[in-house]
Design a protein around this ligand. Structure first.
Ligand SMILES: O=C(O)CCC(=O)/C=C/C=C(\O)C(=O)O
Ligand code: FE2
Length: 314
C-alpha cells in the first residue's frame, strides 16, 4: 500500500453548539478509529485538500486551486494557529508537475488558512506540525467555483506526481457534505462586507471576528430549533455521493453543475470538491478500496457529517 486517504467533514461549531453527548461520543469514536488507521499506515507525507471561508482567499485574487508552498493557520474559532510544515522543494516540484499536466494550479508562498485546514490536521494527526504537508486550497465558497471535472483532473495530476515519490502518502479531504452555514456572498453584502471580501478581511479586527463567529453560532442554534431557517441537510444526496466515491465512479460527478449542487445540498456543499480531488488523487495512484464509512446529519454543526477512508490495494 502506498497511499491512504481520509475525508472528513469539518465544523467550526464544535465546542460551541454541540450535539447530545452520545452523538459526540460516536463522532469522536469514528475519528479515533480513523486516526488509528492512519497511524498504522505511518505516512511520510500528507496532501491536504481543503477550502477557505474568507480568511485566506479574497476577491482581490481568487484562484480555483492553490498549492501552499508556505502556509500559516490563523486559528479561527477554536482551531490551532501556526505554521504548516510544507517541504518547499517538494511543493515546488509538485506545482511544476501539475502545471505541466495542463492544470492551472496557483501557488502561494504565504498562504493563510483557517479551520478548514487546521481541523483535520489536529483531529487526524494530533497537530499542525506532525508531518510534512502539501496544502491544496480548493475554492468552495466564492463564486465562480471550479466544477467537479476540473477538480477531478487536479486530483489526478497530483496523484501522478505523488506516484513518482516512493513515499507513503496520506491524502486528506476536508469539508462538506450537505450544508449551508451563513457565509457572505459578494452579490448580497453591504459596502463594508464587500470591502472585507475584496481583501481587507485578511487581518480582521478582533471585535469583528468575534461578531462573525457569533453569527455562525447563532445560526446553528436557530437551525437546531427550526431546520427551515437554513438550506436543509440532504442525507440522501450525501449517501449517494459517498457511494459514488466508494465505488470509484468519480467521472459521474462531472455531470453535476455547481448550480445543481447548490440547489440539491446547499451552497457550502462545494466543499466536497476536496473529497472528489482526494479520491481522484488516490485513483491515479492505483486501485483502491474504501473503509470506515460513517454518516450522520448533525444540525448542531449545520452539517451532513461524514467520514470515509480508502487505501490503494496494489
Ligand atoms: O465570514 C464568515 O462569516 C465565515 C463563517 C465561517 O467561517 C463559517 C464556516 C463554516 C464551515 O466551515 C462549515 O460549515 O463548513
Ligand atoms: Fe467549511
Amino acid at each position: 500500500m502506498n497511499a491512504y486517504l481520509h475525508c472528513l467533514s469539518h465544523t467550526p461549531l464544535v465546542g460551541y453548539v454541540d450535539p447530545a453527548q452520545e452523538v459526540l461520543d460516536e463522532v469522536n469514536g469514528v475519528i479515533s478509529e480513523a486516526r488509528a488507521r492512519i497511524a498504522a499506515f505511518d505516512p511520510e507525507l500528507v496532501v491536504l485538500f481543503a477550502p477557505d471561508h474568507y480568511n485566506g482567499f479574497f476577491y482581490d485574487v481568487m484562484p480555483p486551486f492553490c498549492l501552499g508552498i508556505g502556509a500559516t493557520s490563523i486559528g479561527d474559532f477554536s482551531s490551532a494557529a501556526g505554521v504548516l510544515p510544507v517541504p518547499t522543494a517538494l511543493a515546488e516540484a509538485c506545482a511544476h508537475s501539475v502545471m505541466k499536466s495542463g492544470i492551472d494550479l496557483a501557488v502561494s508562498y504565504c498562504m493563510q488558512v483557517d479551520h478548514g485546514f487546521a481541523q483535520p490536521l489536529e483531529l487526524l494527526l494530533g497537530g499542525l506540525d506532525k508531518l510534512p504537508v502539501l496544502p491544496v486550497f480548493i475554492n468552495g465558497v466564492a463564486t465562480p467555483l471550479p466544477g467537479f471535472q476540473r477538480t477531478r483532473m487536479l486530483g489526478e495530476a497530483m496523484g501522478r506526481f505523488l506516484s513518482t515519490l516512493n513515499k507513503r502518502v496520506l491524502i486528506l479531504g476536508s469539508g462538506g457534505l450537505s450544508h449551508q452555514p451563513p457565509v457572505p456572498e459578494l452579490a448580497k453584502v453591504d459596502a463594508h462586507m464587500r470591502d472585507r471580501l475584496l481583501g481587507s478581511g485578511k487581518q480582521l479586527p478582533p471585535d469583528e471576528r468575534e461578531l462573525r463567529q457569533r453569527r455562525v453560532i447563532e445560526a446553528a442554534e436557530r437551525f437546531v430549533e427550526d431546520q427551515k431557517t437554513l438550506h436543509p441537510l440532504n442525507p440522501i444526496w450525501d449517501n449517494q455521493f459517498m457511494t459514488l466515491l466508494e465505488q470509484g465512479r468519480l467521472t459521474e460527478l462531472d455531470a453535476i453543475s455547481n448550480e445543481e449542487l447548490s440547489a440539491i445540498a446547499g451552497k457550502s456543499t462545494h466543499e466536497v470538491k476536496t473529497w472528489a480531488a482526494a479520491f481522484a488523487t488516490l485513483a491515479a495512484m492505483g486501485r483502491y478500496r474504501a473503509e470506515g464509512r460513517y454518516y450522520r446529519p448533525i444540525p448542531e454543526w449545520i452539517a451532513g457529517f461524514g467520514s470515509l477512508s480508502a487505501m490503494t490495494t496494489n
